[in-house]
Ligand binder design. Structure first.
Ligand SMILES: *Cc1c(COP(=O)(O)O)cnc(C)c1O
Length: 685
């Protein structure tokens, strides 16, 4: 064994230095002590250069920066921005919404369709709507309506409340208001009457029995709505939402129902209002091939409806335009194998082909892209309160130590003597690391046995554990410097994960990123600072809730070494530094998370802020939306905060009277309670 000399005679001979860098060596993620790590390495490690493009990047200071207008506009240092927002008394966790990104997404979507229409000589136009369910926040919907005005961009509603938002915010008579979801008589009558306000609501028949209600409402009011039909396609999407289509889908009409509906409309003299065919094959379409099939199927149905005498004019291809969460560009759950332009091209080309074949005019193309518009613009920033699960540094020996401890110290020193930058002579080096690890385990077992038998005290046992962890750390650091294909024994390969830390996040996963918990959604996460410093830890996040599911432990894996599109359970992170914040950004979560988030443990909404680039450089703060206070979340559960306070006030009086509580302490207690009621539900930094 390598440590036959653990009484300290000759140190083990160091591995010879490399003559040239090992081929295929990738920048080390863990434990690099070399100073060559740059911000570009950090950006590559976290995939910033892939999923972040063109909005998020790393700057020379090792900070994440934001280009809210992509390549066309200025850049903001996210760390500086957070500092300044905190200076304005906003607290973490903080949702930062970049309205310029929202606008840029709209521009890209329309640009892609405009290019496709020109390229394929499509004799029609594109006119999109935003599905309100994706993010109903007032400032978000208002911003979209405002930014989308030049394209007559409309909204899609799936409930009466969403319909109210859509009717009230969109005053452009050319914009579409697509009315989906279950509809009762009042919903339908509202849509019919809103036509008189100059709005364009299209009531989409999603269930076979809705046609009866539409006919009844039209007869009652002597006016008709614009009508659409949602088809249940046989084309199934792959991925998580695949089951939301096909024969058993919750929404849409089967072909027999569709034909019966056409005849019912004809009989009621309403066929002349049937203008739109709609389908939606599920969110986050991963594979473009599926979309093509669906488009062909829908194109045929569209042509058939025209032949049956409906005026038609609109084909609504629904949502589903995907986001590349992990930057892998693959047909996997967190990614997609097509670009925005590919998508637009396929929609335009396929529909044109169908209509040409059928000899009918091409429709105005509508999409209800939610995720693709709203994901990028909001960034959730949270702070790390501390890190656990890892041994601290190894204390110096205080005087003569037990032999077992000395053996462990020698093993640790021997590992440290293997040059950290040395990745040559890999086989021999690995053998020595393996031997050292075997020794460390043996000595640790000896220490445990000695403790059980009473030969070793509790402090010594603690020291033995610490030293063993330190050996583990030393080995992990050296392993990280080896090339990816080095024949590392499984036992050693498992060491870095064994050293993983839990980083405690000032956050509720259930409130701010519920899909990570509910449907294993992946969002890119990374530190906002220190990207120019090799992260030497592996970790995952635990949130503030008292729930073991309250964690973030699934991360994108941009590293091609382990296969793109895969998931990893630990993220490369930095050791915390005393007195220095460590801010983490969770990205691409602007769609669905806010409204799906819940009040688990009574953690409420976070502070949110809308940022726009200022014309002369820098930025301006457009809106500040305060997070829920403790008083508000209590009220949401029907508690009366004042009553709760009053009870405690009376309990304090009793305690004062009984001499158990000083008046000053009673005041302090009431002060804390009253202040907390006014503050957000998160830990105050
Ligand atoms: C949810 C939904 C959308 C939005 O889907 P994305 O995948 O977010 O684009 C569009 N249309 C309908 C009918 C929906 O239910």
């Amino acid at each position: 064994m390598v440590l036959a000399n653990h009484q300290g005679t000759t140190p083990p001979s160091p591995i010879s230095p490399p003559s040239s860098p090992p081929s295929g060596a990738t920048a080390a993620a863990i434990g690099s002590s070399s100073g060559s790590w740059t911000a570009a390495d950090g950006a590559a490690l976290y995939g910033l250069d892939r999923w972040g493009d063109p909005y998020f990047a790393a700057n020379a200071r090792g900070h994440v920066c934001v280009q809210p207008q992509g390549e066309r506009g200025g850049s903001l240092d996210l760390v500086e921005l957070v500092k300044e927002l905190r200076g304005r008394n906003l607290s973490l966790p903080l949702l930062i919404r970049f309205d310029d990104i929202l606008e840029d997404r709209l521009e890209r979507l329309h640009g892609a369709f405009e290019r496709a229409i020109a390229q394929y000589g499509y004799a029609g136009r594109y006119q999109g709507v935003f599905p309100v369910k994706c993010n109903q926040q007032r400032h978000v919907v208002e911003q979209l309506v405002e930014s989308g005005r030049r394209w007559h961009f409309g909204l899609e509603a799936g409930s009466k409340a969403e319909l109210l938002i859509a009717l009230s915010l969109v005053d452009d008579s050319q914009a579409l208001l697509i009315c989906n979801g279950y509809k009762d008589q009042r919903y339908i009558e509202t849509a019919i009457l809103a036509r008189r306000l100059g709005r364009q609501p299209v009531v989409v028949i999603e269930q076979a029995d809705e046609v009866g209600r539409i006919i009844a409402a039209s007869q009652a009011l002597g006016a008709a709505p614009l009508i659409g039909i949602r088809a249940k396609l046989s084309t199934r999407s792959t991925g998580r939402w695949g089951s939301s289509v096909g024969e058993k889908a919750k929404f849409g009409l089967s072909v027999p129902d569709l034909l019966a509906t056409v005849e019912a409309l004809r009989a009621a003299d309403l066929l002349g209002e049937l203008r739109l065919l709609h389908f939606h094959i599920g969110s986050q379409i991963n594979d473009i091939a599926v979309l093509k099939d669906a488009l062909q199927e829908a194109g045929q149905i569209y042509a058939e409806l025209t032949r049956l005498g409906a005026p038609m004019g609109y084909l609504d291809v629904g949502g589903g335009l995907g986001i590349d969460y992990d930057g892998s560009r693959t047909a996997t759950a967190a990614s997609k194998n097509y670009s925005l332009q590919n998508y637009a091209n396929d929609v335009v080309a396929t529909v044109r082909e169908c209509c040409e074949g059928a000899g009918i005019a091409v429709p105005t193309l509508v999409s209800e892209s939610g995720r693709a518009i709203a994901s990028h613009f909001s960034v959730l920033v949270f702070d790390v309160l501390g890190a656990g699960g890892r041994p601290g540094s190894v204390p110096e020996a205080a005087g003569e130590e037990a032999l077992i401890l000395r053996n462990l110290r020698d093993t640790h020193a021997a590992i440290g003597a293997i040059p950290a930058t040395d990745a040559a002579a890999i086989g021999a080096g690995l053998e020595r690391l393996q031997e050292a690890w075997n020794d460390a385990l043996k000595f640790k077992d000896d220490a445990m046995a000695a403790f059980r038998l009473g030969y070793l005290g509790l402090p010594e046992r603690g020291l033995a554990e610490q030293l063993t962890w330190a050996c583990c750390q030393g080995i992990a650091e050296r392993l990280a410097l080896l090339p990816a294909d080095a024949p590392v024994p499984d036992e050693l390969r498992a060491l870095p994960a064994a050293l993983a830390s839990t980083y405690y996040a000032n956050l509720s996963v259930f409130r701010s990123a519920p899909d990570t918990w509910a449907i294993d959604q992946l969002f890119p996460m990374l530190p906002l600072q220190r990207l120019d410093e090799a992260p030497s830890r592996l970790g995952s996040f635990a949130d503030l809730t008292c729930d073991s599911d309250g964690k973030l432990a699934r991360f994108i894996n941009p590293d091609g070494r382990s296969g793109r599109g895969q998931v990893k359970s630990l993220l490369e992170l930095h050791p915390l530094r005393a007195g220095e914040p460590y801010w983490i950004g969770l990205f691409l979560a602007g769609a669905y998370q806010e409204v799906m988030g819940n009040l688990h443990n009574l953690f409420g909404s976070t502070d949110a802020v809308h940022i726009r680039l200022a014309p002369g450089g820098g930025y301006r703060v457009d809106h500040v939306v305060r997070g829920d206070t403790n008083a508000e979340v209590l009220q949401a559960m029907e508690h009366d905060p004042q009553l709760l306070l009053e009870r405690l006030r009376m309990a304090s009086e009793t305690a004062i009277a009984q001499g158990q509580l000083a008046i000053g302490d009673a005041r302090r207690l009431m002060d804390h309670l009253e202040t907390s009621l006014r503050q957000t539900t998160y830990l105050q930094g």
